[in-house]
Design a protein around this ligand. Structure first.
Ligand code: NI
Length: 132
């Protein structure tokens, strides 16, 4: 990957905190850390503005004994159509299933399916992670 060098001036206090974070997160260099922070910032901005196509994962933990939970979860994914890229189902325990769903679309659409999934009866936890 082609890279360009830039020089950045920071207040000593901010630099100290940044170095602390780099150490805490086991980054092997500053450039990777700066790139990640910038990507996160740009992605969060795009998410808030609702511009362009986003990619995210929605992870849900649910009790599959709960009446209709699986049907409702499947219905919601069909309603989202091509926005669902793939899903993975894991039988976690006797009662619980974990489903990880990769989705793409506008932030409004992704938020809608995520909210829909989290409100299904039987869903104990729903976590949305925006990747891009
Ligand atoms: Ni299962």
């Amino acid at each position: 990957m082609k890279v360009e060098r830039i020089a950045v001036s920071l207040e000593p206090e901010l630099l100290k905190k940044f170095e602390g974070k780099i150490k805490q997160r086991a980054y092997w260099n500053r450039s990777k850390a700066v790139s990640d922070v910038l990507r996160e910032w740009i992605s969060r901005d795009a998410w808030e503005v609702g511009k362009g196509e986003m990619v995210a994962t929605i992870s849900i933990l649910y009790n599959h004994h709960m009446h209709d939970a699986l049907d409702r979860i499947t219905d919601l994914q069909h309603e989202f159509g091509k926005g669902v890229l793939a899903s993975m189902h894991i039988h976690l325990s006797h009662d619980d299933c974990l489903e990880v769903i990769a989705v793409k679309g506008s932030s409004q659409k992704i938020r809608k399916i995520s909210d829909g999934l989290s409100s299904v009866r039987g869903v104990k936890h729903c976590k949305l992670a925006v990747i891009r």
